[in-house]
Design a protein. Structure first.
Length: 151
């Protein structure tokens, strides 16, 4: 039997949380859901298994949802681990997706705001005959973002 649950948030760990927040505000219209977080101490160290851990950041409301809806949580730890560049085919969380009115136009806004492209804009037909136009891009820190429009 499944547990009783509802979706709460997705977390991105940033190299520069303020710059990444500004990107998601400018490109997707996300808005900060106060308060700004500044966590440290024994509970964070115990919960993360990182002695001396400290992090700062905010939650962002997602487009199409009220401030009490699911959020994008962007945090930055004082000490960051070395990481590998996200890849679309690496096991684990792959990307965050946004439904947009026009994929090409949204892609241009994302690129102008400091993002980059992963692949081309394509239109696919699903097994049910539905058309979807989509592309993968990266935010300024390399996280993969899908832009999609279902017809």
């Amino acid at each position: 039997m499944p547990i009783s649950a509802r979706f709460a948030h997705v977390n991105l760990i940033a190299r520069d949380w303020k710059a990444l927040v500004a990107f998601y505000e400018a490109v997707f219209g996300c808005m900060v859901v106060p308060p700004e977080r500044d966590y440290g101490g024994p509970d964070l160290a115990a919960g993360t298994n990182l002695p001396g851990a400290r992090l700062r950041g905010v939650h962002l409301s997602l487009p199409g949802y009220a401030a009490d809806g699911p959020t994008l949580e962007i945090y930055q730890y004082d000490a960051l681990a070395n990481s590998v560049w996200p890849e679309v085919h690496r096991p684990g969380f792959g990307h965050i997706a946004f439904a947009v009115d026009e994929v090409e136009a949204a892609r241009e806004v994302l690129l102008a705001a400091g993002g980059s492209s992963v692949g081309e804009v394509v239109t696919s037909v699903t097994t049910t005959g539905t058309r979807v136009t989509w592309c993968y891009c990266r935010d300024p820190e390399g996280n993969i973002v899908e832009l999609q429009r279902w017809a």
